[in-house]
Structures are given as structure tokens and as C-alpha cells.
Design a protein around this ligand. Structure first.
Ligand code: SAM
Length: 197
């Protein structure tokens, strides 16, 4: 796969290590709709679309140049099941719900952006949907916010100083471990380690 980037775009010269850690450890549904929040030039969303043709992937970024590049990279990689939209967090996605929201989030923007990203995920995920984030700084505060928002958070993997966390949208219901595992059938049968409020 090929990804064009340009100045002013995150990690313009090479694919970010955190992005690679997320791509290695992400857990994907076989079908449904996926949101890549803060897509940059589109590495995460386009990779997902390419390896899971039955998924439909929406990629959003607040930076218009990133959205333009993501659109170009969709075409370059001959991907039919992805779109790129300009959006400040969820502002351009009113009424849309996803099976998975995945992000290498803009940690440099601070909690004023990261916390609304997590809170907004709650109302933009379908029941049983999943939020997956890769983090390097603010790990304790952000994973705590995920737990407060969703009632659960799981450390999926850690590598090279990065940690990938996942929360399930259980719509307030406290599911038993076995119920969660059954529901997560489409995501694979990993052992679930849930912290519940
Ligand atoms: C850490 S970069 C990740 C880029 C890309 N996903 C990757 O892995 O290479 C975070 C991205 O979030 C975008 N971003 C920052 N604030 C945003 C906001 N309020 N809404 C949407 N995207 C935002 C930035 O423009 C940047 O492209």
C-alpha cells in the first residue's frame, strides 16, 4: 500500500510507531461500519478497508489537507469501501453510529479534545460497538476516562512505550464476562479482561 503525505500532516515522513502498534493489535469486526477518528493521510482507515472488504470505513480529520490526502490515498490504493470527510470530532457525523471507532488520537491537542472524543464515541457507537485507542502519554487519565464513560476498559497490548486500550459500548448494562465474549464473537475470541465501575 502507498500513502502520500505532506508538510503539516502528522508523521509525514514515515508511518508513526503508535499507528503501527495499533494496526498490529486492532480487533476488527467482519462486517459493519468503522470510524477512523483523526485519520491524517488515512493509514489506519485505508488499511482496515483494504484487509476487510466487507467493512465500510469512514475517516475524518479536522485538517482539510489531511482529508484531501486521505481521499487521494483511497484512490491510489484502489479502495472502494472507504470515504474521507472533514469533521471536527463528530460534528460532521450527526446521527451516524459505528461498530468500531478507532484512533491514534491527537494527544498533542490535550484532554480538551481527547475527552470529548471519548464521550462522543459513546453516542456514536452501536450497542456492543467498540472504541480502540493507542496511547503514549496521559495513559492513566485517558484510560480512566474510558472506564468512566463506558464502564469498562481493557489493555489490549503494549509495545515500545505505546499501549492500546479498548472499551465496549454496553449501553450501561453490566454484562458478565461470558456474555461479553459471546457478543464479541465477530471481533474474535480473545479473553476479555474487563474493569467495571
Ligand atoms: C496522532 S494524529 C494520527 C493521524 C493518523 N490517524 C495516523 O495514524 O497517522 C491525530 C490526527 O487527529 C487530527 N485531529 C486533531 N484534532 C481533531 C479534531 N478535533 N477532530 C478530528 N481530527 C482531529 C489531527 O489533524 C491528526 O491528523
Amino acid at each position: 500500500m502507498e500513502f502520500a503525505s505532506s508538510s503539516g500532516i502528522f508523521s509525514k515522513d514515515r508511518i508513526d510507531l503508535g499507528t503501527l502498534v495499533l494496526l498490529e493489535s486492532m480487533v476488527l469486526p467482519d462486517e459493519g461500519v468503522v470510524l477512523d477518528m483523526g485519520c491524517g493521510c488515512g493509514v489506519i482507515g485505508i488499511t482496515i478497508a483494504k484487509i476487510r472488504p466487507r467493512l465500510r470505513v469512514t475517516m475524518v480529520d479536522v485538517n482539510p489537507t489531511a482529508v484531501k490526502l486521505a481521499k487521494e490515498n483511497i484512490d491510489t490504493n484502489d479502495v472502494q469501501n472507504a470515504e474521507a470527510i472533514h469533521s471536527d470530532l463528530y460534528s460532521g457525523l450527526e446521527g451516524r453510529r459505528f461498530d468500531l471507532i478507532i484512533s491514534n488520537p491527537p494527544l498533542a491537542a490535550g484532554y480538551k479534545v481527547i475527552f470529548p472524543l471519548i464521550e462522543g464515541a459513546k453516542s456514536h457507537l452501536k450497542k456492543g460497538g467498540c472504541l480502540q485507542l493507542v496511547l503514549r502519554k496521559g495513559v492513566n487519565a485517558i484510560s480512566k476516562k474510558m472506564n468512566e464513560t463506558f464502564g469498562n476498559v481493557e489493555l489490549v497490548s503494549r509495545k515500545s512505550g505505546y499501549k492500546v486500550f479498548r472499551s465496549l459500548n454496553q449501553n450501561g448494562k453490566r454484562q458478565s464476562l461470558s456474555a461479553t465474549n459471546r457478543y464479541m464473537g465477530g471481533y474474535g475470541k480473545q479473553e476479555q479482561k474487563q474493569k467495571t465501575k
